[in-house]
Design a binder for this molecule. Sequence first.
Ligand code: PLP
Ligand code: COI
Length: 357
Amino acid sequence: MSDITIIKTDNPGTLPDENSLGFGNYFTDHLFEMDYNPQDGWHNPRIVPYHEFSVSPANTTLHYGQGIFEGMKAFRTVDDRVVLFRPLEYLNRLNRSADVLCIPRVDVDLVHKALLKLIEIEKNWVPAKQGTSLYIRPFIFATDPYLGLRVAENYKMAIILSPVGAYYAAGFNPVKIRVEDKYVRAVPGGLGEAKTLGNYAASLRAAVDAKKVGYAQTLWLDGIERKYIEEVGAMNIFFKINGEIITPALTGSILGGITRKTVLEIAKEWGFKATERRISIDEVFEAHAKGQLEEVFGTGTAAVISPVGELSWKGEKLIINDNKTGEFAQKLYDYVTGLQYGEVEDKFNWVETVTKA
Ligand code: PLP
Ligand code: COI
């Protein structure tokens, strides 16, 4: 594997106003890319000025969706360092998604090295305001110009960077979520555990229906019995019932979130009973009826910790914790963002410094 080539732009841009970044609107000056073919494997890793890609109209990803991606973040700490949060977890998950989609694995050490270099070059694009970050989007797609259905022979990997604010317009305020009872997203044996294009395409029409009636996202139930809770469109989900922290087990149809893993590890460290198991929507409604449903919140890289104030299922509405952010979700949010912004001691060793102050 060759060294990483670096070509810098002559025309660098500037970070937009940190108060109005939104999510995924702006891109930095450079990207990382490399290519794969059967003769050379992954080759020509390079950091180059941000540019458009041109693809064949017969590009197999456009037609059959053989693509995967990741989503992680870099933060500017209060003492002006630029840091990454658990980067290897995300890069290893990229390879697990690659296995599911029959895409050749990447060399995690090389991509990690390239990522550090890219972030260092783009360090001025990492915003400083609390709640902002530099969102990192690694992705891989097939590049064969071929209309037959088969595993492609050629691929491109790239990493693009986007300075972002909060994912939800509501920020850290409780969101309203609709439990989907008509459509399904994934089933065990399918693609649900991979971060692949089709899972997001599968979520769109339910999201449109939910939005029409005033809900921010969809909570998916299992695709077979339509009974057990899976995950939200872009987050994993947690329930606090009678003091216990519960999240659906990874049964093959949901994404093993890095934030989910982080929250489970923190909850255990704090002495909570934190359980991964099957949990049905009936159990959640029953717990609420008994006054035992203390909190509901989502977890995700883009969404961070996102309290859920209302769940609606088949027309029935559950108002959770008076539609207010729960104490546990607040404490988690403060702790996780505290680690990310360098305000809390990194005792788990999750934070990697890219550039010093
Ligand atoms: N589930 C889905 C479908 C997602 O897209 C995401 C976001 O990445 C998550 C869960 C949360 O995963 P993570 O915490 O790794 O970002
Ligand atoms: C993330 O949280 O990083 C995601 O990939 C979700 C995406 C839909 C924005």
